[in-house]
Write a protein that binds this ligand. Sequence first.
Ligand SMILES: [Zn+2]
Length: 367
Amino acid sequence: MAILNTLPFCEERLHIGWPVSEELIEATKVISRISITSEEGQIQPIKRDQSGRHALSFSGGADSMAALAVMPQTTESVFMLRKKGSTRSLYDSHAALESCRQLRNLGFTVHIVESDFEYLRNPIGFPTDLSVASPAILLANERNFSSIAFGTILESAYGTSGEKFRNYIDSSHYRLWKPLFESVGLGYSLPVAGVSEVGTAKMCLELPLGRFHQSCIRGRWGDPCNRCWKCFRKNILISALEGDEIPAHSKESVKTSKEIRKHLLENKPIKHEGVLAYSLERASGGGELFNKLRKLVRVGSVNTDWMEKWYSQSICLVDPDYSDYTSKKLRNTLGEMSEEQTTDLCGWSNQSDEDREVRLAELSDFL
Ligand SMILES: [Zn+2]
C-alpha cells in the first residue's frame, strides 16, 4: 500500500522502513524508473488464503455496481470515504453513502473507511489510480481477503477511451500491479474489464442491484447535478439505451457548463469519445448543435455496437476463484461480442488531429 501511494513522488529510490519479502521486492523490479529497497531482514511472503473472502473496491457508481453484480454474493465491498477538506470541493459523498446503506439493507457487507490520503498530493487527488483500494488492502488481514476487485471498465483497461486499443495484459500497469498484489497474497481482479461503459449502464438498468448506484459525485442521492461531465455523458447514454430523446438539461448544460465545454473542445480524444458516439447515434434530437457533436465523434463512420457486449477474452483478468460465475453472469446479461464486433473493438483508434480540427471548428459555431 505504501508503494501504491508514494510511487509518483519518488525520483530515484524508494526506501521502505521495514522488512519486506523477497517476492515483493522482485515484483517491484518491473519499475525501471526507481529502485525499491527495504530495511535489513526479510519476512516470509504473505500467502494467499484459498478459503479467504473476495473484496471489491467500491465507489457507488455504475461500474462498481456492475462489478458487484457479477461477483459472488459473499463479496465484501470497501468504500473509501474522502475526507472533506478546508478547500472548496464539489464532491458530495451523500449519494455513495446512501448506496452503501442500501447494499447493507440487502444483506451485503460494506466497509466504509474514511481517509485523507488524497492530501498527500497537491492538487488534491489520488496518487495512483489504484490508491482508492488502500482501505481494502489495510483490511485484508483482518477480513481475510484473498483478492481485491476493481470496477475498471473496458475503456480504461483496453485503452479505447484514449488513443487506441491496447492489450491490457501487455501494459506496464498490469505487469506491475498484478504481481505486486500477488506478492502480498492478494489476487488482482477486474470483473468488468471486458464491459464498456455502455455495458455497465445496461447492466444497471436491467439487473436488480442496478438501481442502487449513482455515478454523479456532486449531487445528492436521487438528485444528480446534471451539470458535470459524468452526468452529461451518462444522461445521453441512458436516453440512448431507453430510446429517448436527448434531455433538455443536456442541451442546456452543453451551453452553460464550462466543464462540459472543456471536455468537448479541449480533449483529444474526448474522454470516452466512443461511448459518446454510441449514445449520440441512438439518442434522437438535440438540434443542429448535437448534429455537429455527432459529426465530431464520428457518428455514422465508426461501429459502436460492440459496446453493448462482453469481450470474453478479458476473463483472464478475473480472479480464477469466481471467474466461472462471472462469465456466466456476463453471458446471460450482455452476451459475448461476435467476431466482427471483436474486430471493431481491436481496431478502435482515435481520429487524426486534422480531422478533429475541421469538425471542432464547425461545432464551435454553434456554442
Ligand atoms: Zn453530476
